[in-house]
Design a protein around this ligand. Structure first.
Ligand code: ADP
Ligand code: CDP
Length: 213
């Protein structure tokens, strides 16, 4: 079974995707980490003319060893760099096979990102699009960063998330919208347990309908 989980920044898609992977015993890939690793690799080059070439080369050279320093990859600054390299068609093309190979491994997988249900795995058995309002997303990200000892300016974080979402939505090479056959799950008023229960109910319901049809 392949489960695709998409949604905007800090909507809780990684938490849900990880919870679903655990529940169904499937391997899980956070595809945002791939873009973050490329973002990190071009840090300091982003204003140079050869920025795109450096980013594409970094994406082509990417392997699992670049995804281990999760603390550094998940800073807010790396998120901004990730959304800058994510608009480069050559970067997306270079990361496609990695994601496709993960998704199509025997037994299935859970992947979360922005374009899993639209571009990476249009044939996924179940697609979830996770949403939560901007203030809730900002507050969740703020607490996540604070739990690591980061001092957070909530006003700046709110605008940074809005700016990143806007850049993502305008991405000419992206597919950052809800797939027609994705189930929308708004977690604004749900805690993590309730959101996971709702996601499991969607997956079970979808698979039962497919088995019956
Ligand atoms: N439904 C929820 N209610 C409260 N906090 C949540 C919920 N879902 C996720 N979180 C918390 O919000 C933060 C961001 O969640 P995460 O899954 O990393 O988001 P995303 O992968 O969409 O960026 C994490 O600290 C996570 O524990
Ligand atoms: N499948 C994906 C995943 C992430 N991304 C890009 O990578 C950035 C970081 O993604 P992420 O999922 O780690 O970010 P959060 O939603 O966790 O804040 C996004 O803002 C997108 O620009 C993408 O283009 N396609």
């Amino acid at each position: 079974m392949i489960i695709a989980v998409d949604g905007p920044a800090a909507s809780g898609k990684g938490t849900l995707a990880g919870g679903l992977a655990n529940y169904y015993g499937l391997p899980y890939l956070d595809t945002g980490l791939l873009y973050r690793a490329v973002g990190l690799a071009i840090s300091g080059h982003e204003d140079r003319p050869n920025f795109e070439t450096v980013a594409i080369a970094a994406a082509q050279a990417l392997d699992a060893s670049h995804l281990t320093d999760v603390a550094e990859l998940t800073t807010a600054q790396t998120g901004v760099l990730a959304s800058k390299v994510a608009v480069i068609g050559g970067v997306r093309a270079a990361l496609f096979d990695y994601q496709r190979n993960f998704a199509t491994q025997p037994g299935g997988a859970v992947l979360d990102g922005r374009d899993i249900g639209t571009k990476i795995c249009p044939e996924a058995d179940v697609k979830l699009f996770i949403q939560a309002d901007s203030k809730a997303r900002m507050e969740r990200r703020a607490r996540q960063l604070e739990s690591r000892g980061v001092v957070v300016d909530r006003y700046a974080l709110y605008h940074q998330i809005e700016e990143r979402d806007a850049r993502d939505l305008a991405n000419p090479n992206g597919g950052f919208y809800k797939a027609d056959d994705a189930h929308l799950l708004d977690t604004t008023l749900l805690d993590i347990e309730a959101a996971l229960r709702a996601a499991i109910a969607i997956v079970d319901g979808t698979m039962a309908r497919k088995a019956g049809s």
